[in-house]
Design a protein around this ligand. Sequence first.
Ligand code: ADP
Length: 327
Amino acid sequence: MSPIDEEQLQGLQGVRDFLRIRTSYDVLPLSFRLIVLDNDLLIRKSLNILIQNNIVSAPLWDSHNGRFAGLLTSTDFINVIQYYNQFPEQIDSVEKFRLSSLRAIRLDIEKAINVQTLETVSVHPGRPLYEACSRMLRSRARRIPLVDVDDETGRETVVSVITQYRILKFIAVNTEQHTSLMKKTIRESNLGTYTNLATCSMTDSVLDVINSMVVRNISAVPVIDKNNVVLNVFEAVDVIPCIKGGAYDELKSTVGEALAQRPEDFPGIYTCQEEDRLDSIFQTVRQSRVHRLVVIDDDWHLKGILSLSDILKYVLFHGEDGYFPET
Ligand code: ADP
């Protein structure tokens, strides 16, 4: 093994050890707010609550049984859109759907368009962070709720929600002595996806892009021009403002129009090159609100996508005796 390989593995091992001695509680800020939605709320109303509070997901609470009832995310809205598309005559009932019907919608959509959606997994906040990460990767969830259970009463409390983004940020901020050892480039580390990329143009309809996200189970699609130059990235969360107020017809609008609705504090997109070293990627994660990196060449041509799950998977499992989490 070359010295650079050895050093990289040493760095990875350092991060893994760190994740084993820290818990999900450690990632949470000292004080935070948590918006939990009652499962009886109308889906339409829940959408407004998310927008008003500038959040993109929330845990659900079943107040009849006093139980945690899953996580509402942009995927659920995408499912509702797919449902509406499959059964347009049902628009009136779509308007009357409550959050508690999301599960049934999910199953209908699975059948109608033959994709597999995922069950929400949760993790106890006191468990090692390594476990939360591997659960997340295994279930392909981008966020999981932290659910505490009272030993005596068995009552569940949703403590918070932890995301891939938060965990990578936590790693980048707290383990610089380890991540700085990772000097291999992303190409040498075999990180990211470079073939069979899903892309779209500014004039494609939002609906088409949503379809490709569902079918491929990805959370973002680069927007390119006819010369393969990257202009922007359409993200799953961009769907939320599109269907505000039940405006499902707006989905026929173009990607360009939808991107114009982004909030003012939208952080922009992040790019990298195949020659960038992993330590510099961690530096970007440390300093910015990165949800994925678009891999480009010197002239902004699209080369690939480096997702947070690609990075997290590498950090947790690379070189681990061929062990890879089953989905
Ligand atoms: P994340 O879980 O971080 O949100 P995604 O779900 O978008 O990431 O990505 C899942 C996998 O699909 C990753 O391996 C990523 O490299 C790949 N991927 C992401 N976006 C695209 C795309 N537009 N085309 C092809 N592959 C993609």
